[in-house]
Design a protein around this ligand. Structure first.
Ligand SMILES: [Fe+2]
Ligand SMILES: [Fe+2]
Length: 299
């Protein structure tokens, strides 16, 4: 118990010094600030010029623009074409994901950054898909929330690599959810550490809640629908092959899940949702997510 209290204090101290991890703000801040403006004020060329300054961001935009996951079957070979094809919203999401990718340390103690990225992108796509199908007002916001929900894992990897490695090993060998192993070994989960960073980076309140409560959506207050949606998508990914690199032993009944009940309360369309079809679609998603992530990661 004392050790986990020490870990938590260590985390808090280290989060205070988090500006030592400058990659995300450096890549993102100016572009994201620019993209926050009303869409009619945005200039394609300006966004293109900004992206061109960062080689891996440019490569990611091109690869995403050419992926069927983003609805393109036609070849896009210029950066400007990629910006037009993806739209400002996706460019902003990709900038965010690019920054996060740069923060991921290499493979360590069984934790594979590519697998982490597949989980995040898979969850983002699933969130967007679910949001569209249950008529949530902003599928783009759901996509971003899915992409960033496990931000705390990166925080833990950076700030407490040995302790996190131990938690990851325990989770993998016992087939338990990662957050439960973190709680046991570290005394806190990636939800708490991610929440601290999300707040520090000034994420929108909905995103902070997603990062903080995606494993316990009943604790969210203002953005329960979004948090529950991400919770469900995360669960589907973890049980459907876009997991953290190991299979969790516990059987999950989605329809008895607290997040599912919360989501059903706010969306009547959920009752009519075709889950059998989703399971089928999920399989085809996976192949493309694997392919795309491996391509991006090598860029
Ligand atoms: Fe998580
Ligand atoms: Fe997750």
């Amino acid at each position: 118990m004392k050790r986990s209290a020490d870990c938590k204090q260590l985390l808090l101290d280290r989060v205070e010094g988090l500006l030592q991890i400058p990659t995300i703000p450096a890549v993102l801040a100016p572009l994201l600030r620019y993209l926050e403006q009303p869409v009619e004020k945005l200039d394609v060329q300006k966004v293109t010029d900004f992206i061109a300054q960062d080689k891996s961001l440019a490569a990611q935009c091109l690869q995403m623009a050419n992926s069927p996951l983003f609805g393109r079957w036609q070849q896009v070979d210029s950066l400007r074409g990629a910006v037009v094809s993806l739209g400002f919203r996706h460019v902003s999401d990709i900038a965010m994901s690019c920054g996060m990718l740069k923060m991921l340390p290499g493979k360590k103690r069984g934790f594979d950054p590519i697998v982490f990225w597949e989980h995040s992108l898979g969850c983002a796509l699933l969130c967007r898909h679910l949001a569209r199908n249950i008529n949530l007002d902003d599928p783009g916001k759901a996509y971003l929330a899915g992409l960033l929900h496990d931000l705390g894992i990166i925080v833990n990897l950076w700030l407490l690599p040995d302790e996190f490695g131990e938690a990851f090993e325990a989770a993998r060998s016992e087939g338990m959810p990662l957050h439960e192993a973190e709680q046991r070994v570290l005394g806190f989960t990636h939800c708490e550490s991610g929440g601290l960073l999300a707040e520090r980076w000034g994420f929108a309140p909905g995103l902070v809640e997603v990062v903080t409560h995606h494993h316990l959506p009943q604790r969210s207050s203002e953005n329960t629908t979004l948090v529950s949606l991400v919770h469900i998508a995360d669960l589907l990914c973890r049980t459907g092959g876009l997991n953290h690199g190991y299979v969790e032993a516990r059987q999950v009944n989605l329809f008895e899940d607290a997040g599912f009940a919360l989501l059903a309360r706010s969306s009547s369309a959920l009752k009519k949702f075709d889950w059998a079809r989703l399971t089928f679609e999920l399989e085809s998603y996976m192949d493309e997510v694997h392919r795309l992530v491996r391509m991006i990661y090598r860029a």
